[in-house]
Design a protein around this ligand. Structure first.
Ligand code: SF4
Length: 198
């Protein structure tokens, strides 16, 4: 696939889909070793999602939004990871009627064999200015497509309009909760992008 600087939207769309598929495949070099080959692409996506999502978003329904799939399909994927011992269901911290999914120790061990690691390394090697430009362009494309499909955009607290930080304390006006430092980088289904002042 060429890297023509005047690539059309169609070329870019093909490139993004190909990059995503290539990044998720175990490859020929044995990246991920034996256990990685036991998971499907959907199971890997779910495992990564639950490792990165905050406490308000670690539910099968939020995962279905993130993966742009039906609740039934997302639920089956989650169930299969529970059966494999890679995810477990835990009582929600504040709402005793609902459960959240947690990545188990075996799940974290599996993530150490994530085939996506090679794609992350390749992207990490791009010059910082190029990475920033790519992030900006992809972020815009995600926001535009999500808006036209009425789908949520996932993001983290530091760029969310619901987040208020005063004197080192961060508060979420959407979930009415104090946010820990660790949570600030997690991805969230309730994220609302900050509007850039013109
Ligand atoms: S501030 Fe935004 S991203 Fe953070 S928990 Fe609240 S809604 Fe989610």
């Amino acid at each position: 696939m060429s890297t023509d600087i005047s690539a059309s939207g169609s070329d870019l769309a093909d490139m993004i889909v190909y990059l995503s598929r290539l990044g998720q495949s175990p490859g020929r070099l044995g990246i991920g070793a034996a256990p990685a080959q036991n998971l499907t692409a959907a199971q890997w996506t779910a495992l990564r999602y639950f490792a990165r999502a905050n406490r308000f978003s670690r539910t099968p329904s939020a995962f279905s939004e993130f993966h742009a799939t039906t609740r039934g399909t997302a639920s089956q994927t989650v169930k299969s990871l529970v059966t494999l011992g890679l995810l477990s269901r835990q009582m929600h911290e504040t709402d005793g009627r609902s459960t959240v999914m947690e990545v188990t120790e075996a799940g974290h061990e599996m993530l150490r064999h994530d085939p996506m690691a090679e794609l992350r390394n390749v992207l990490e090697k791009l010059a910082p200015a190029v990475r920033a430009a790519v992030a900006q362009a992809l972020g815009q494309a995600v926001a535009d497509l999500a808006q036209s499909r009425n789908a949520p955009v996932f993001g983290s607290c530091s760029e969310c309009s619901h987040c208020q930080t005063d004197a080192g304390t961060s508060y979420c006006h959407c979930t009415q909760s104090l946010l820990s430092l660790r949570e600030m980088d997690a991805i969230c289904v309730d994220f609302q992008p900050n509007r850039n002042p013109a």
